[in-house]
Design a protein around this ligand. Structure first.
Ligand code: HDD
Length: 748
């Protein structure tokens, strides 16, 4: 879809060969074209190089999987040229065999995704007494990361811009092992207990009879479930809000969602939540754009991610934590172990720790993006679990699912999943091992292998202290960790289970009583977002419920929404000619948390925006150059679109448009070109900045934009006018500083 001239197939092969010869990895372009703008390397990319398989000099002869050269790779062995095919053909059979098995089960959720390599750097260390984790303290380190974005509901082949929650899963290849934050783009979840997750997913996934719908939650079983599950009220607000349709991956937040624990070297422990804030601020699509892009470019998000990295405009996020002292946990109307709740930033500020940058595309989608396996249970010393019941269940599920998805217990040996730090484990064998382990495979052993399995354990200990059995050593090491005396390797935090009378509790299949505070934060979310976000929630809920014919379900949603906000309930009720129940009133919170709004970060930047310049016959180059340079120097991506290529392009795919119209010829082309006129109407309809200059431009605007934006029509004149995002001036040339500034301001 990119309008820039693309390489020929021969160029591509030649460039691929050059890249491979240079050992460049992670730098294939958006359309599979290898580019070389990605970052040089990092420890993980270096490690991956040894696995990259590209024919070298003298290796360009096709062989079987076992190295035997193949003379003819184009036809099956037959009895005579037209005769029956022979089963004997081991070459053809091998090819078909491999093909028959070249797919693995897609992820049961988050099947559709895209990923990139990058680096994480600490900018403000948390301090070793807050967390012993090197990765959160050492400012001299660049930790390699691999980040996979995803949608939840749709299959691998579904569209990118559907309304859905987005996954935000980061693997940090730290020098103390792999640490995974398997998060989403919103900070809360539908359910608080992992036991409920399976029902949620069954309800939201395509319905069993006809496997409908694809990539949508707008269907009866999902809303039936929502209407009966008040704990999801808060999450439902986020999902229906503009957060549900992010503009790009690089304009999304990332949140760990679950409550974890930070453990200091002094043995202290605190609760923690992990967050990523996009450098360029949060941005969303509007629904009309999202719908159109699903058809115009179903791969929109993944295309733009790869394109930004190829162009060297690396997406970045600020990484921050919220920290809560354990003593605080009982002081709220909600429970900090409940993942359907946020922690208000006014009380628990976002503490900046570092910056994550994505700077290299994968070399091979299947080997990296598809084979990467994230697990919430992957933590490193200094980080530990809380008793969050969603997290605890996840800790089982992720490693379990990889067994069937990746075909056995050795998935940690797949290149993308390997740690970059030294590793030694006695867990071995099973299907498809990719290493040849040597030596003892048990502990304790007299070879001295992997003695750090027990920190103080060595041969001398066994001889001089026969009582130093591994169990005792583990216990001692936990005690030493708690006292801050020493730490080596990961020890579980010796949590005092008697705290808050936990040990006096009965064994129950339930959660803390405050988990039942379902509506307060849904109300606060509604209060905290801007008018247009509230409008989106109403519209999204109405759209989705229009696909749910059962009136009982709609009534239950109105009832549920009445617990969140009366206006919301009324808007939905009116649409479906229902009444808002009067007996549903509960106290409505008036509180606001500004950080819940899409606009919290309030970033004004043109960085990583995609600007279209429509070049008509007769448009002088000079008109285009000034704008192009200005945007490129601000790290935006500029696409020059010849009007003859407009059939393949749509305004929805860009953030702003410049249409230079300074002479009669270009005016004539524009006026008679349906797509140009449609572009103007559509992009202004989406309130996107549109710069049209010159007296011809002004005439076109007046013709094309009529009733919908009377404001623009009334306002245009000789001076620079910026109204509804349309910037016009009859007098000013596109090279005028004033005009360019006005456009840049509108885009930011
Ligand atoms: Fe999950 C994948 C995020 C609850 C079970 N989940 C998966 C991925 C993300 C999340 C981003 C894709 C990872 C990737 O890119 O490979 N999941 C979440 C969040 C949750 C959550 C933020 C709530 C806080 N998940 C959750 C629960 C369970 C699962 C409660 C099971 C009890 N999730 C899975 C899974 C998946 C998965 C079935 C599918 C593929 C995979 O794990 O590797 O195990």
């Amino acid at each position: 879809m990119l309008p820039e001239p693309s390489m020929s197939a021969i160029d591509r092969v030649a460039e691929a060969a050059r890249s491979a010869a240079d050992g460049i990895v992670g730098q294939s372009g958006a359309n599979g074209q290898p580019k070389s703008n990605g970052r040089a390397t990092n420890a993980k990319l270096e490690q991956l190089k040894q696995f990259i398989d590209y024919p070298k000099e003298g290796e360009n002869i096709a062989t079987t999987e076992h190295g035997v050269p193949v003379a003819n790779n184009t036809a099956w062995l037959k009895g005579g040229a037209r005769g029956p095919m022979l089963l004997e053909d081991q070459v053809a059979r091998e090819k078909v065999h491999q093909f028959d098995h070249e797919r693995i089960p897609e992820r049961v959720v988050h099947a559709r995704g895209a990923a990139a390599h990058g680096t994480f750097k600490v900018t403000k260390p948390l301090g070793r007494n807050v967390t012993a984790a090197n990765v959160l303290n050492d400012t001299s380190k660049e930790t390699p990361v691999f980040l996979r974005f995803s949608t939840v509901q749709g299959p691998r082949g579904s569209a990118d811009t559907v309304r859905d929650v987005r996954g935000f899963a980061v693997k940090f290849y730290t020098d103390e092992g792999n640490w995974d934050i398997v998060g989403n783009d919103v900070p809360v979840f539908f359910v608080a207990d992992s036991h409920r997750f399976i029902d949620l997913i069954h309800a939201v996934k395509p319905e069993p009879q006809l496997e409908i719908p694809t990539g949508q939650s707008a269907h009866p079983s999902f809303w039936d479930w929502i209407s009966l599950s008040p704990e999801s009220a808060h999450m439902n607000m986020w999902q229906m809000s503009p957060y549900g349709i992010p503009r790009y991956y690089h304009t999304m937040r990332g949140h760990g969602v679950n409550t974890y624990r930070l453990v200091g070297e002094d043995g202290s422990s605190r609760y923690v939540k992990f967050h990523f804030f996009p450098e360029v601020g949060c941005q969303s699509l509007n629904w009309d754009e999202a719908l159109k892009i699903q058809g115009q470019n179903p791969d929109f998000h993944r295309t733009v991610l790869a394109e930004m990295i190829d162009a060297g405009k690396f997406p970045r996020w600020k990484f921050a934590v919220q920290i809560m002292e354990e003593d605080d946990e009982d002081t709220h109307s909600w429970d900090p172990l409940d993942s359907t709740k946020v922690w208000p930033a006014a009380k628990y500020p976002f503490i900046e720790v570092g910056e994550l940058e994505l700077n290299a595309n994968p070399t091979n989608y299947f080997a990296e993006t598809e084979n990467v396996a994230f697990c919430t249970s992957h933590i490193v010393p200094g980080i530990d679990f809380s008793d969050d019941p969603l997290l605890q269940g996840r800790n089982f599920s992720y490693s379990d699912t990889q067994l069937s998805r990746l075909g056995g217990p050795n998935w940690h040996q797949i290149p993308i999943n390997r740690p970059v730090c030294p590793m030694a484990t006695f867990n071995r064998d099973g299907a498809m091992p990719m290493k040849i382990p040597k030596g003892a495979n048990y502990f304790p052993n007299s070879e001295g292998n992997a003695t750090n399995l027990a920190p103080t354990f060595n041969k001398a200990d066994t001889l001089t202290n026969p009582e130093a059995l591994p169990g005792q050593i583990w216990h001692d090491s936990a005690k030493r960790l708690a006292s801050g005396e020493s730490r080596q390797g990961f020890s579980s935090y010796p949590e005092d289970l008697a705290r808050l009378n936990r040990l006096k509790a009965l064994k129950l299949r339930t959660n803390g009583p405050k988990f039942a505070n379902y509506f307060e934060q849904a109300q606060i979310f509604w209060n905290s977002v801007q008018d247009h976000e509230r409008a989106s929630i109403k519209e999204a809920a109405i759209f989705e419920l229009s696909k749910v014919p059962d009136e009982e379900v709609r009534k239950r949603i109105v009832h549920l929404y009445r617990h969140i906000n009366p206006d919301l309930a009324k808007a939905v009720a009116d649409e479906f000619r229902l009444n808002v129940p009067t007996d549903a009133a509960i106290p409505i919170s008036q509180e606001t948390y500004p950080e819940l709004s899409l606009h919290y970060e309030n970033v004004r930047t043109i960085r990583q925006k995609r600007i279209a310049i429509i070049k008509l016959d007769g448009t002088p180059e000079s008109e285009i150059e000034t704008i192009k340079k200005r945007f490129e120097s601000g790290d935006a991506l500029v696409f020059i679109i010849d009007h003859r290529g407009l059939d393949a392009m749509r305004s929805t795919l860009f953030d702003a448009t410049f249409l230079p119209l300074t002479n009669e010829e270009s005016y004539r082309v524009a006026r008679s070109h349906g797509r140009v006129k449609h572009w103007i109407r559509e992009s202004t309809g989406h309130l996107k900045p549109l710069l049209i200059n010159g007296s011809y431009g002004l005439s076109l605007v007046k013709q094309v934009i009529t009733n919908e934006a009377e404001g623009i029509k009334a306002a245009v004149g000789d001076d620079i006018v910026s109204s509804f995002g349309v910037i016009t001036s009859a007098a000013e040339a596109a090279s005028s500083q004033k005009l360019v500034d006005a456009f840049v301001e509108a885009v930011a």
